[in-house]
Ligand binder design. Structure first.
Ligand code: PEP
Ligand code: MN
Length: 356
């Protein structure tokens, strides 16, 4: 059995898809030669968004991956989406399988996979679902756990969102962090390739995951990325992979150094103090909002006045540069405060007037 905790950080790398025997073996050999990779990956069955794209080579790819394992001595991994895939992967003794983002969204599919996994000691990684729904992600984990699988890990590959943004998928780091606190015993592996969608973003995303104390990475690497049959723009050459892995600074979870502990405790004391003051002020602000609600109620005026809200946003956002915080952050905080203010006003406006 492959032990997912055998190394930290755990590095999984390989082409998005196995395309030909030659491309699979050459990619895997060169990736193994970097000496920095623990598990080889390649997609055999590819759930593509649109029909007509390359959907994977199927079973014969498993034979190529087995050969890659024989030649490099490294464990191999692939994605499964149905019980048939699981049976085939287990028959080839695949060491690591993962449930892809398009499969994690569907509890029937995950259950089908879990049923096929019963009695196996394979390592199973569960990617986050396409949608930012961690209950769904947690549900998939529970199904695999209930099947008796002992070696389980999580892969954070970002969430799809409507419209264009810098990255191919929105990382929403806070969701992965929440998932870690729900399943502290499970390693969290970052997939910078599918988050970024472009090789230029790999380092910044991978570094961020290292800063957040992730347990490893899964990175797409291909001997000739620009000619790849799937996900060409996010794949790197094996040399590019080596350079990437050498550039990442992995952090220690903590250290016993007394100087570090002392400095940290001092700063944490400041944070606790500021949080106390911050929330006291917010509570005060809510009490004022309630008073406004009472006046509006007594004068039969609507809660929301568009012009006023816009002027608050403009005023706060105009201070972003001076405060050295991002406009985006100020807007997010302000929106949360505004929502709570509206809820409070709503409550008092619909409370009965006092009888005088
Ligand atoms: C993959 O890892 O090749 C893949 C298809 O990923 P995801 O399920 O994250 O889209
Ligand atoms: Mn891919």
């Amino acid at each position: 059995m492959f032990d997912i905790r055998s190394k930290r950080p755990l590095i999984i790398a390989g082409p998005c898809s196995a395309e030909t025997e030659e491309q699979t073996l050459e990619s895997c050999r060169r990736i193994a030669k970097t000496g920095m990779v623990d598990v080889l990956r390649a997609g055999i069955w590819k759930p593509r968004t649109k029909p007509g794209s390359f959907e994977g080579v199927g079973l014969k790819g498993l034979a190529w991956m087995s050969e890659a394992r024989k030649q490099t001595g490294l464990p191999i991994g692939t994605e499964v989406a149905t019980s048939k895939h699981v049976e085939a992967a287990l028959a080839f003794g695949v060491d690591v399988i993962w449930v892809g983002a398009r499969t994690t969204v569907n509890p029937f599919s995950v259950q089908d996979i879990a049923d096929a996994l019963k009695g196996s000691d394979v390592t199973v990684l569960i990617k986050n679902p396409m949608s930012p729904d961690i209950d769904l992600w947690g549900g998939a984990v529970a199904r695999i756990m209930n099947a008796g699988i002992k070696s389980i890990g999580l892969i954070h590959r970002g969430f799809s969102a409507y419209g264009s943004s810098l990255y191919r998928n929105n990382p929403m780091w806070h969701l992965a962090i929440e998932m870690r606190s729900r399943f502290p015993e499970l390693p969290m592996i970052c997939d910078p390739s599918h988050i970024g969608g472009q090789r230029d973003y790999l380092l910044e995303i991978a570094q961020k995951s290292a800063d957040l104390d992730y347990d490893g990475l899964i990175v797409e690497s291909h001997i000739c990325p620009d000619k790849a049959w799937s996900d060409a723009s996010q794949q790197v050459t094996p040399d590019g992979l080596k350079e990437l892995l050498e550039s990442i600074v992995w952090r220690r979870p903590t250290t016993d150094s007394p100087a570090y502990q002392q400095a940290l405790n001092k700063l944490r004391g400041q944070i606790d103090q500021i949080d106390g003051e911050l929330f006291e002020l917010l509570a005060q602000r809510m009490r004022v909002a309630e008073q406004i609600g009472l006046i509006k109620r007594d004068n039969n005026v609507a809660i929301l006045q568009g012009g006023r809200w816009q002027s608050i946003v403009d005023r706060v956002v105009s201070q972003a540069a001076k405060l050295n915080v991002s406009e985006e952050f100020l807007k997010t905080v302000l929106e949360a405060i505004h929502l709570e203010s509206i809820n409070r006003q709503n409550r008092v406006m619909n409370s009965p007037k006092e009888v005088k």
